[in-house]
Design a protein around this ligand. Structure first.
Ligand SMILES: [Fe+2]
Length: 230
């Protein structure tokens, strides 16, 4: 499996292209509307056949490019069932699998940042969205976020994966690009080295973050899969 990481410098979002080398069947994870042209050119240059347009969750900070990409690639848009999305092709739940050639993409429901977070597991790599970020995790104060659910998703689900599992987040604000489950179990600032739920919950309740600037347009835009003119 090949992985290519792309960056949107306006919203600090990572988009990933993953593909099976034997068949060139590919998935795009968390595209960004303003970067569709750049990413489509990359996809063409690499000769990828996009089969899936995967979302780790309904984003609040940027609008997805999955709708426009679907028109160009015929890929199927996948989001979690809890999103209630009417534009997606597949409403995924825990345990669903998708295939790129012989490679499997496994769906883990890892809520807490929102109620519709998916971690996509692909051959030793976990695309963790905003559930687990490098030394950090997503906020829990909107979109049906929950400290309890996030703590459970991190410590009972993601931290039970093999330690060498590579971690690819949806965002980074400090310049990190990837990590491993073993590293995050040890060094994650919110839940690393066996922090208690109480410590975690107190820290999450005191982040005092402003709302994302574009939340009022991003969430409805994402529920239209980024097809703003349809
Ligand atoms: Fe998010």
């Amino acid at each position: 499996m090949k992985i290519r990481q792309l960056f949107d410098y306006d919203t600090w979002t990572y988009t990933y292209l993953v593909w099976d080398e034997a068949t060139m069947e590919a998935a795009v994870i968390d595209s960004v509307l303003e970067r569709v042209e750049r990413d489509m050119q990359h996809i063409k240059e690499l000769g990828l056949k996009v089969k899936y347009l995967l979302e780790t969750h309904i984003h609040a900070d940027h609008i997805t490019g999955s709708g426009p990409m679907r028109k160009q690639t015929k890929g199927q848009i996948v989001v979690h069932k809890n999103s209630g999305s009417e534009c997606a092709d597949i409403l995924a739940v825990e345990g669903d699998t998708f295939k790129l050639g012989h490679q499997e993409i496994n769906v883990l429901h890892t809520p807490g940042h929102t109620n519709n977070d998916i971690t996509y597991l692909i051959e030793g790599a976990a695309f963790t969205g905003d559930t687990l970020m490098v030394r950090d995790c997503g906020r829990t104060d909107f979109q049906l976020g929950s400290n309890e659910n996030l703590f459970h998703s991190l410590t009972e689900k993601l931290f039970t994966l093999p330690e060498e599992t590579m971690v690819f987040p949806a965002h980074d604000y400090k310049g990190f690009s990837q990590s491993t489950i073993g590293e995050e179990k040890q060094f994650n600032s919110r839940v690393g080295s066996g922090k208690s739920f109480q410590d975690f919950s107190t820290a999450m309740d005191n982040l005092n973050l402003p709302n994302p600037k574009r939340i009022d347009v991003a969430v409805p835009g994402n529920l239209q899969c980024g097809n703003l003119d349809d």
